[in-house]
Design a protein around this ligand. Sequence first.
Ligand code: ZN
Length: 417
Amino acid sequence: MAEQKQKYEESKVPMSIKQSELNIGTLGHIDHGKTSLTRAITGVWTDKHSESLKRNMTIKLGYADAVIRKCEHCEGASAFTTTNKCIGCEGEAKPVMRISILDAPGHETLMATAIAGSSVIDAILFVIAANEPCPMQQTREHLMIINILGIKNIIVVQTKVDIVGRDKAVQHYNQIREFLKGSAIENAPIVPVMSNLGVNIDVLLEMITKMEKPKRDTEADPIMYVVRSFDVNKPGADVTKMNGGVIGGAIVSGKFRLGEEIEIRPGMKSSNAKGNTYKPILTKILSISTDSTNLDEAVPGGLIAFGTALDPSITKADSLVGSLVGRKGKLPESKNEITLKYTDLKRTDMPKRAFSLGEPLILGIGTATRIGHIKKVRKNDIDVELNHPVCATAETKVAVMRNDTKRWRLTGYGFIE
Ligand code: ZN
């Protein structure tokens, strides 16, 4: 997270908006301009997935933060920017709110991440490019996912309008309206933008500031999904000066405080002749930080990093991704087998077939990805034995992928019973 360069000066951002107020996911057909849009808003590429692409189905969120600012001298949408100075009058722009934009690589993983990470995502930018007819197949599938997730906090962003010109853009805009009819987001605003030229990004920013803020339950037991974990020490660093392991993730409920004792489940893997076992990890929060600043406590919003007292070899190379962090003794037991209440997506691009015993599945459970095998099928309930244990609360939404002609495809979703 540290490598991200911000366009604004952090020192001028007041304490009240140190943490992101809105986690915004992006959806949209491939090449429709999600990454360019993210860059236009935040100044940061989220396209940092090369490693996770190699590992195929690993759920890994691309991530960028921005502080939306407003010029005090200008009126209307043109007062909104994510830079220090007003684009119009070059006067000082004052911070209004911080947002985080989350992105996932690839079409199937994007959909799986949207489902499995839905407790982390508060709002969606639904990107539809004007230079192709609407809807394209993936656009249609993403609308289906939006309907399933029931996220109403959505702005449709019509990208690439500079490529097609005004008349075509208006026609395409009407196509989008038609396409959204009867869906959960029938009346969502549609904002035409030119990401590369920065045109209308101010309008989009103003709309984002008016989106409904999620209600954060900060009194509940705190839970964080681990999205990253790493060793921040340089190779060969002096052992006496080493930093403890770092865990990065998204808090979904409650409040974590500096100095607090935490537990991580399923935790640390150890392999022996009998297979893999996992041991819960206990440690202490030694530091709390966002991309850019240190905090004394953290609530849901954006990605948060905890510095811990752990041996960094425990956290290195994303080894704890998919675990949950909670207060000591407050997390559910890890499970090797789960029962899912399954709903099929009825995809038109795949043949319909029943589940078979022993069939392999890939499951997205929060930020954990697990391979499982079907043990039992009863109507819509399936029992799945997992290759590695998972720690998840009841009612967690799970993305289910099946193997279709040697490719893993998202076929449905379920809830853990
Ligand atoms: Zn101004």
